[in-house]
Every structure is written in C-alpha cells, then in structure tokens.
Design a protein around this ligand. Structure first.
Ligand SMILES: NC(=O)c1ccc[n+]([C@@H]2O[C@H](COP(=O)([O-])OP(=O)(O)OC[C@H]3O[C@@H](n4cnc5c(N)ncnc54)[C@H](O)[C@@H]3O)[C@@H](O)[C@H]2O)c1
Ligand SMILES: [Zn+2]
Length: 377
C-alpha cells in the first residue's frame, strides 16, 4: 500500500492507494474514524459496480450503513441534489457520529463533500474516488461544492476529508474517454512541478494505455504527493501557490464554456489549455520550443486533444475574461519556465493570449491517435 500524508495540522489525513482497497474500506475507515455509521453517497453506475463490495466491508467492521445514490453525471452536481441528501441524512438521523463517505468520481465527491461540510455545520467525511481524475485531483484538498445554472462550482466550502482511499484496480471499468481525461491532470503535475515524472509519463505510454495497476499506483502516488504539497502550502487558495494547479485551466475553462460542458471533458479542455499556455510561455521566451513539442507529443500519445476547439478565438477570449482568475482586469496566467517549473504571470499581454487561442483553434485536434487507449466508450 502507498500512503501519502496531507499535512494540515489538526486536519491532516492520509491518502491510501492500493489495488483492492475498496474491499477493505471498512478496516481503513474504522482506523480513521470513531463513527458509528457510514452514510454512503455514490452514483448508480458506480454503486452497481462497487457498492456491494464496499458496503459488505463496512458492515464487517460493524458500521451501520445508509446509502444515497445520485444519477451519474455533472448535471447532478446541484443544490437540489444536496437538498435531497439532507433529507436522507435527516431520515437516517445522521449526526456528527456519522461519517459521510463519497464513492465515485469528482461529481459525487464534490456534491457529497458539500453536504458533509454543511450538515450540522460539518460532519466527518471520507473520499473513495473511483475515476482517475478524482483519485489524483478532486478527492484531495478539501474543495467541495456544486454548480449553479450560471456557472460551475459557484457554491462551495472547504471541508477536508478524514481519509482518502484510492483503488487503481477500479479504473479498469472506467470508460476510455474518462480515463484519458484524467491523464491530462497527470501531465499537468509533470509540467508544473516534476520533470522526472513527466519523463516517466513519456516512457509509459503503453503501460498507461493498458492501465497496468502497478504503474497506475506509482502515477497516482506521485500526483497525490504533488497535490498534497500544494494543499499544505496554501490550503485555502489564498497565497497564490495553489493557483499553480490551474495550469491550462484558465484557457480550459473558456474552452469548456464555448464547447458546452456536455461535449468536452474537463481533462480534454485542460489538455488544449496546456497547449495554449505553453504557446504563451514559448513566445515569452520562458519555454524552449523543443519542450513545448514534448508536451504536445505526450498529450497526443495519451489520446488527448491539443486543438480543434469548435469556437473562434474572439469568443474564447471573451469567455476567458469572464473567468474568475482575472483580477483587476489583468490576466493572471500560470505558465511554465521549462518542464516541471510553474510560474504565475500577473499580467500577460492580451495580443499574446489571442495569438495562443488562435493557434489552438486552428490546430487539428490530435484525435487520430486515440485508438491506443481502448477505443471510444
Ligand atoms: N474538488 C476539487 O478539487 C476538484 C478538482 C477537479 C475536478 N473536480 C470536479 O470533478 C468533477 C468531474 O469528476 P470526474 O471526472 O470524476 O467525473 P464524474 O464524477 O462525472 O465521473 C465520470 C463518469 O464515470 C463513471 N464512473 C466513475 N467511476 C467509475 C468506474 N470506476 N468505472 C466505471 N465508471 C465509473 C461515473 O458514473 C460517471 O458517469 C467536476 O464536477 C469537477 O468540477 C473537483
Ligand atoms: Zn482540472
């Protein structure tokens, strides 16, 4: 088992990564919490695959188990879902001796986490992430929340989990497109923080495409360590350090908004966003063109798009200005001074942003190489 500590004083916790850990969830949560019962939130697709295994393990360690299921998908990440979770918590008589556990992807984790943060002003919470994105990103760091019709993640709270249990074996059932989208965040960690990890990803295309459990454990651990460092340095996203995790995201959010959230996966938008951000870095003389070429090659090898946005650059630019990362009219963009070295630039010239957007709008999407990741779902 691999263990990654998240050091946050009294709110510290450990991420545990091991193939098969889902079947030992009861032991792990028993060790991490003195709760009498577990209120399990999942979605119907994940629960069908893994719910019985987790619940059996919880009951074996004498937890009373309650269950609440969302429908799969981002459309359920709403205040209405949270309200329905509150109703079920009330019916179950849940109090601070109840541990709320989220079994699923980032949608389940964010929604259930927000319910845990606010029910009785906060009850204990555990994350059991089942998508690659949730295992390396969404389940770590305590950001919880839901979407409003006016935008994503507009309502939320910080609420750190008491434990995170990541089982790489359950990624075997993840649709190919979801899996690839998660890999974009792994590439992001390499770009902002760790050139050796970036090289590991470059060398491991085949193993990643085969979803080799041992390799995945290693990749997940490295990503978790990097995210945990950022979270420990800037838990509430206030000093600007945690903002480095938004590499590719300022462009990515504009791309998601332009393409429609249902049509482009977050990770795909981040991949194109990294292509745009690296163009800016290169034009500012921060990033060697050969290193940018390595980034684009790696993304394409992993089956991710690096262009082909179905929007014009003017539309993308307007959406980008709307993004919350703009401060005082200036565009703060995360760039890289080489592979593995993030730097935040407080004021990137607008013409350069437009140029980068133009570049990714006209570049072909890179989809032709996707077959290596198990075909379309
Ligand atoms: N809190 C944070 O710090 C943070 C960070 C990044 C992203 N997020 C949020 O995460 C959300 C996206 O999460 P996601 O990409 O995990 O998507 P998701 O939760 O929608 O899951 C994707 C799909 O995969 C299915 N699925 C999940 N695990 C599976 C498995 N093991 N086998 C088969 N199918 C499985 C789900 O049913 C769902 O249909 C977004 O709402 C985003 O805002 C939050
Ligand atoms: Zn992201």
């Amino acid at each position: 088992m691999r263990r990654v500590p998240v050091r946050l004083g009294g709110r510290s916790y450990t991420i545990r990564i091991a193939a098969g850990i889902l079947g030992r969830a009861g032991d792990e949560l028993r060790a991490a919490s003195d709760a009498e019962r577990v209120f399990l939130v999942s979605d119907t697709a994940v629960h069908r695959l893994y719910g019985a295994r987790v619940e059996r393990s919880l009951r074996a360690r004498s937890f009373r188990v309650h269950r609440f299921l969302l429908r799969p998908g981002e459309r359920e990440k709403t205040l209405e879902s949270v309200r329905r979770i509150y109703d079920a918590l009330l019916a179950a008589g849940a109090d601070r001796r109840t541990l709320l556990a989220a079994l699923g992807g980032g949608v389940v984790g964010d929604t259930a986490g927000f319910a845990a943060a606010t029910w009785h002003r906060g009850i204990p919470f555990a994350q059991i992430p089942t998508t690659l994105l949730a295992q390396i990103d969404a389940s770590i760091g305590g950001k919880t929340g839901v979407d409003l019709p006016g935008g994503k993640n507009l309502v939320g709270a910080f609420h750190q989990p008491a434990a995170v249990l990541a089982d790489p074996a359950c990624l075997a059932t993840l649709p190919a497109r979801e899996y690839r989208a998660g890999l974009a965040e792994a590439v992001k960690y390499g770009m902002i923080r760790d050139s050796r990890f970036f090289r590991l990803l470059e060398k491991s295309a085949e193993g990643l495409s085969a979803r080799e459990p041992a390799l995945l454990e290693r990749v997940i651990e490295r990503c978790c360590r990097i995210k945990a460092e950022y979270v420990a340095a800037d838990e509430r996203d206030r000093t600007g350090k945690r903002a480095e995790l938004n590499y590719g995201h300022t462009f990515g959010h504009a791309i998601e908004a332009a393409a429609g959230f249902a049509r482009v996966r977050h990770g795909e938008a981040v991949a194109i966003g990294m292509a745009a951000a690296s163009h800016v870095s290169m034009r500012l003389g921060l990033l060697d063109p050969a290193d940018r070429a390595r980034l684009l090659t790696l993304l394409e090898t992993l089956g991710l798009p690096v262009g082909g946005v179905p929007a014009d650059r003017g539309t993308l630019f307007r959406l980008l200005l709307r993004d919350k990362k703009t401060e005082g009219g200036r565009l703060r963009i995360v760039l890289t001074k080489g592979i593995g070295l993030a730097t935040v630039r407080p004021s990137v010239p607008e013409p350069l942003i437009l140029e980068a957007l133009g570049e990714v709008c006209t570049r072909s999407s890179g989809r032709r190489r996707r077959r290596s990741h198990g075909g379309e779902p």
